[in-house]
Unconditional design. Sequence first.
Length: 796
Amino acid sequence: MSLTTTQFIKDYRAAALTLFADQLENLSVRQQYAALAFVVKGYYATDWAKTKADYDARQQKQLYYFSIEFMPGQLLGSNLLNLGIKTVVEAGLHRLTLDPATLYAAEGDPGLGNGGLGRLASAFLDAMASVGMAGNGNGIRYQYGLFEQRFVDGYQVELPDDWLRDPYMWETRKENRAVIVKFGGQVELRPRRNGSLQAIYHNAEDVLAVPYDIAMVGYHTKRVNTLRLWAAEPVPGRAHNLAEKSRVTEITQILYPDDSNTTGRELRLRQEYFFVSAGVQSIITHFKRQHEDLHLLPQFVAIHINDTHPAMAVLELMRILLDEEQMTWDEAWAITVATLSYTNHTLMTEALESWPEPMFAGLLPRLYQVAQEVDRRFRATYTKRYGELLVNRAAPLGDGQLRMAYLAVIGSHAVNGVAKLHSELLKDSVLKDLYTLFPARFNNKTNGITPRRWVQLADQPLADLLDQTLGQDWRRDPRQLEQLRAKATTPQFLTALHAAKRQNKVALAAVIQATLGLTVNPDAIFDVQIKRLHAYKRQLLHVFGILEAYRALKAGEDRPARVHVFGAKAAPSYRYAKAVIKLINAVADLVNHDPDVAGRLQVAFLPNYGVTLAEHIIPAADISEQISLAGTEASGTSNMKLMATGALTLATLDGANIEMRAAAGPASMAMFGLTAEEVAQKQRDHSYNARAVYEADPVLHAVVDMLTDGSIPGIASEGPEIVTELLDYNDTYFVLADFQSYVTASRQLDQLWQAPAEWGKRVVENLAASGQFSADFTVQRYGREVWNVLPEHPVD
Ligand code: 26W
């Protein structure tokens, strides 16, 4: 959009007067931020309305991305960048003697997700708007997001994330689009003359679902899509006592903080049905405003199920097509399968949701009836050809449970994993039987990241250097970065690259100083591991690497200085993960206060890791730790972000690490560890003996013993607990097995660090290849191969 600084200042002053009846200068930073967001909202309002009108006028097929989690991050910077007015507005702010960084920092970060899955959903929405795909988000407007993490004496403490205490400027309440969602009661099926069954609800509990829409502004496309988040409210005009009121509002009160363990709680089931039913109902209402015949639905609507949490969309769409549209089962089923598609994000069995039939039937009686019929017809269709055994294993209802992953596959026309290895492992393991039945549905869609947030916004020094070196085309098509391989070999460029990274490290050092009171050496290697705390992600292996280095330095060995930076929240009920958090903080205390290693080894565990903190940490990383046990991390996305800002990856052959290495080159990453096949083999033949590895390796032995011999103060219970998992429960995630090759690979990076030109060369290889992992390419592949929703402004 064309905007002058003068015009912006005029608009901004007007907004301050309108919103706060006062001059800009007199307002608090929070109010100045709110007025600025208000102005920006006005700048894309027309495009937003026009986008919707265009889609309707052109009868554009639209994709609805159903996800129980979204992590959009702060939106002011990305909205200004995507509108193409960031420079103009920042110039205006300076002229008003306001500091853009202070206003950016005043924005809350809606933590409506746990980790990878939620952040990916938001990256996809940004990407779809930026390539001109008609893609919308559908989720929940939690009143409380993911808990705020504090460390008290090294222990994780969770505080409520009351993110709505200040009005959220980017949302618009659309009560005119509210719908009713029904829970409980009994359902009577009364046959109609046309043979279809009318479902009559008795004593059902009605909940009002009120949508809040947030604009998803495309990058220089004038396309603005919608993220719709639903809030639960009592139906107005119905008498509700306090208990009834809170029973309703609690549905969207809080995000479940687990990212790998199904809680099986009824409230979670209510949350899942609530946003699915509200979403499907509003999609069908919108469709019917334009089309009579719902048989045409798959031509104009695609609904994507982001992991199993929205899998009830299969049953809800069937319910509406059967009960309200009076279709036959086969008609309804054909439409449902053609409209729906499903992505699996984890192989962890404990993360695959299933609901006890009694709970499901009690809360969702009509949906349960539909589920029974889906199950009956599934068995009737496939048993003859595939036999009872396989069909019993693959049927949606089994062992008294409704198995949501199976329901999602059976009710969708496409099923994908999020990296090549993961998509293959899905076929060999958790979805093996369904792959036998529906091989054509299975495909892979390797994850991606949005280079606008992680490079253009978070890493200004690198972005400026890339502009100087390549011009600006890379900002539209990051595959242009491949040109770096040829252009970026000069000592000048490598020096400038190192300077850009150092600038980010100095900035992060200031954050570490302010947050932890720790002064870190910006010329040390910044070794970063940022992701949820989970045993399979092996933060423990990283700790063992630190202890190995600590012992070596104490023994007088010389090593390049390293600062280990951690960011990680643990699910509150995940005891082992919380023990590892305490261990990391205890090791930080030990190492950071030991004069023998001062300035050569430091550990900074920054609390409350999330999107905004990631934007500070990622550009400052030299080493990216992607050390999960091979075969456990579905894809990873922090690996791609750290690659795109010039870190070298220390990695196992797991998830997307494999594809990143293939893209950047065999020497571009420091690989180590067992392969997924080797792990599977050892698991199959039970040939792994962790204690034997421990006994056979004196270095490892000494490191493990530090967890119980008092060398690390403050872990009297956590240390033994962790060692018990390793030596008595045979180390589920092969930490001991991969220790030596991990240390070797890490030491190779120490060597490389002492050859800056060589290090720089590897960084260039990674930067050059990083463009391939833009989410723009990922969503285009989904659009062309699964959703049949095409990009208006394709990047290819
Ligand atoms: C029911 C509790 C629960 C909640 C969330 C179970 C599982 C989840 C998510 C699927 C966990 C998750 O975030 N998975 C991550 O998804 C990323 C995006 O595809 C991948 O990059 C990560 O590898 C994967 O762990």
